[in-house]
Design a protein around this ligand. Structure first.
Ligand SMILES: Cc1ncc(C[n+]2csc(CCOP(=O)(O)OP(=O)(O)O)c2C)c(N)n1
Ligand code: SF4
Ligand SMILES: [Mg+2]
Length: 350
């Protein structure tokens, strides 16, 4: 009697024919329960669901537990682990060489707001097309939990020592400097974080996302304002966010009640839908966004949502008026002008 082996069950694939497993990375070595691990999972889901070609992505990071996390997602992508706080210049160089890549920067609050603040501010004012995601735990997790520059005034270390300096609000700073998509989320909020990352993938310009991501080992105790308990208790959502990708069949008018939402059309034709906005909140008003952030911070609240979206401003690469083909793909004959071109220039200068 012959035995018939059943064929393996069909694997689910996305719109470019890849399985979710092709978006994963190595097994994490971070602490169990670290917020950074949840963010890695969201990145895998979003890039898979959006059908991004992982071979056309570059992951860039600095130094820290957060900056280690690109090893745990998108194994098929390019990657560069830069020096502490110096990821923005590496990312800028990579995109100047190959603007065909989708850049994903993953960094920490120490990497960004402490040692890396100089590079951060210049990245924001350039509006480089990059997703810049801060895994914000208010401390230097990798070096045993010292306060970073995003730690709140009065927040306490495990030893009970209070922080006596005011925090840098990376979102307010990014808006003031020129980033064109600015949001804050929480590693424990799967739906909000997924929506914001998908919108950032569709945005053409700098998407600055600050994700509160508790460090369970050094900053998750009573007295810390970056603990799971504190964020859950003091969280206030500025808006409920929904995302409709350009390839989806869903029509926004059918999904949501008219008049209750504000829609932001993104570069690739996708739509970000903002619901339940605070009274008359306008996400294209940068001054209002900064004021709103300061007001909520003064009340000790952790405000999350999409604060600012500007889909009109040209990005850094457009501003430089670069050739259409990525520089990395041009032959030497087009990158190095011949001897005669130099002679012509010299002639003009005589
Ligand atoms: C030039 C330099 N200075 C200091 C350090 C030590 N150091 C390594 S990681 C780190 C802070 C990391 O904090 P953060 O970016 O918030 O990442 P987290 O570990 O909290 O995710 C520091 C100070 C270093 N590696 N290089
Ligand atoms: S030390 Fe903190 S930030 Fe680092 S992996 Fe552990 S929980 Fe995460
Ligand atoms: Mg940190």
């Amino acid at each position: 009697m012959s035995t018939v082996t059943a064929p393996p069950p069909p694997q689910k694939v996305n719109r470019i024919g890849l399985e979710a497993s092709e978006y994963r990375g190595l097994k994490t070595t971070l602490c169990a329960g670290c917020g950074h691990n949840s963010i890695s999972e969201r990145i895998v889901e979003c890039f898979y669901e959006m059908g991004v070609d992982p071979t056309q992505v570059i992951k860039v990071s600095g130094i820290g537990c957060s900056s280690k996390s690109p090893a745990y997602f998108l194994n098929l992508s390019h990657g560069f682990n830069a020096v502490h706080g110096r990821m923005p210049s590496v990312a800028t160089g990579a995109l100047l060489a190959n603007h065909g890549l989708l850049a994903l920067g993953v960094t920490g609050d120490g990497d960004t707001a402490s040692i890396g603040i100089g590079q951060f501010v210049h990245l924001m004012r350039r509006n480089l097309p990059i997703i810049y995601l801060i895994e914000d735990n208010g401390c230097y997790g990798l070096t045993k939990g010292q306060f970073s520059a995003t730690a709140d005034l009065g927040s306490k270390l495990k030893s009970g020592t209070p922080n006596d300096l005011p925090p840098i609000d990376t979102c307010a700073l990014a808006i003031q400097l020129g980033a064109t998509f600015v949001a804050r989320s929480f590693s424990g909020d799967k739906k909000q974080l997924q929506t914001i990352i998908k919108a950032a993938i569709a945005h053409n310009g700098t998407s600055m996302i600050d994700v509160i991501s508790p460090c369970v080992t050094f900053n998750d105790h009573k007295g810390s304002t970056k603990s799971y308990a504190y964020v859950r208790e003091h969280r206030n959502e500025l808006n409920e966010v929904d995302f409709v990708p350009f390839f989806s069949e869903i029509h926004i008018e059918e999904e949501f009640e008219p008049g209750t939402t504000r829609e932001v059309k993104l570069h690739d034709g996708s739509t970000l839908v903002l619901k339940k906005l605070e009274d008359h909140y306008d996400p294209s008003d940068d001054i209002l966004a900064i004021r709103t952030l300061h007001e909520h911070a003064k009340r000790g609240e952790v405000l999350t949502g999409v604060f600012y979206a500007n889909t009109e401003k040209e990005n850094f690469l457009e501003l430089l008026n670069m050739v259409d083909e990525p520089l990395a793909t041009l032959p030497d004959s087009r990158i190095c002008p011949p001897e005669t071109a130099l002679q012509e220039v010299m002639q003009e200068l005589r």
